[in-house]
Design a protein around this ligand. Structure first.
Ligand code: SME
Length: 162
């Protein structure tokens, strides 16, 4: 696959996600594959990672899983914290065009300018989320949102099979 953001790039990446889904022997393998694919092939996706809700944790806690990009100090995030907590607690995708302007934002890297967080559902319940940071302002347009939501949906489907 080429590494540009040429038209059709998102379709190409989506097909690759489908291939990962059909090949993956576990949800874990699928999540790892998605982080690598999105980080390598979507130029503005500079940090890509999954946070999963820890089973049985009270209060609920998001724990960092597979990721690609710089190390983050935020390995555990409560549902009342950050953009990540907002997405998990509302069950809705959160897109932040300029993280500087969002008081909820928890900084991972000084370079991050925008962020998208998409919940992962299993049988209608949030079990985790896919978080992507970009070094560019407003990096996540509607088509990016659809791609990231598609990835999260496939992970939910794979987890349901487990
Ligand atoms: N920025 C996130 C924290 C996770 S890092 O982006 C990897 C937040 O505000 O919840």
């Amino acid at each position: 696959m080429s590494n540009s953001s040429a038209p059709g790039k998102i379709d190409e990446v989506r097909k690759e996600v489908d291939r990962l889904y059909s090949k993956a022997l576990s949800a874990d393998e699928l999540m790892r594959g998605i982080t690598v694919l999105l980080n390598q092939h979507m130029l503005k996706y500079n940090w890509v990672g999954f946070y999963m809700l820890e089973a049985g944790a009270n209060p609920p806690l998001l724990v960092l899983g597979h990721y690609q990009g710089a190390m983050t100090p935020h390995t555990h995030i409560g549902l009342h914290e950050g953009i990540c907590g907002a997405a998990a607690s509302s069950g809705k995708t959160v897109v932040v065009d300029d993280v500087k302007l969002d008081p909820r934002y928890l900084a991972c890297s000084l370079e991050t300018k925008s962020e998208i967080v998409v919940p992962v559902f299993v049988k209608g319940k949030v079990v985790g989320e896919l978080d992507i940071d970009s070094h560019f302002l407003a990096a996540f347009a509607e088509e990016d949102r659809k791609l990231v939501e598609y990835c999260a949906e496939l992970v939910g489907k794979r987890l349901e099979k487990a």
